[in-house]
Design a protein around this ligand. Structure first.
Ligand SMILES: [Cu+2]
Length: 159
């Protein structure tokens, strides 16, 4: 009985260990943000994904309690029109940050289960092929925001 209980404790301890246990694979999420939107509508989340390891990784899915469906999207030009299209994954190569921004790659939140209000923070779970699950706290900016405050609009410092 004691042995079985210790084994369970060990298993629980292992589960509590963050993604760092995955052979040092990890992804850093820089400047995440989303735009305010109403329940039932769609919203997008943007961020920069940095791979500090020497092994390529890819974002394969995302989930959030604030949306019925979460998809990875890209914008493509099609006959002079910008369209959104789901993509299977977003590659994150070492030394080449993946920039998710308006008009480009983004995490699409479809069917919001509640209003996303300016000033609040929503939680997003990103799943990477190698780094595993990464929890991200995403600040909600104004409906017309172009990027995180204090930055040049695309995650770059203006100074
Ligand atoms: Cu989209």
């Amino acid at each position: 009985m004691i042995t079985r209980r210790s084994a369970l404790a060990l298993a629980l301890a292992a589960m509590a260990t963050p993604a760092a246990a995955h052979h040092d694979h990890r992804i850093e999420v820089v400047d995440p943000w989303a735009r305010a939107a109403l329940a039932g509508r769609t919203a997008a989340a943007y961020m920069t994904l940095v791979n500090p390891t020497d092994t390529p990784d890819r974002l394969v899915s995302a989930a959030s309690a604030v949306a019925q469906t979460v998809e990875l999207h890209a914008h493509i030009h099609e006959g002079g029109v910008m369209r959104m299209r789901p993509v299977a994954a977003i590659e994150v190569h070492p030394g080449e940050p993946a920039v998710l921004q308006p008009g480009g790659l983004h995490v699409m939140l479809i069917g919001l289960t509640r209003d996303l209000k300016r000033g609040e923070t929503i939680r997003l779970t990103l799943t990477f092929e190698k780094a595993g699950q990464v929890e991200v706290e995403v600040p909600v900016l104004a409906a017309g925001a172009r990027g995180p405050e204090g930055h040049g609009g695309h995650g770059r410092h203006t100074h």
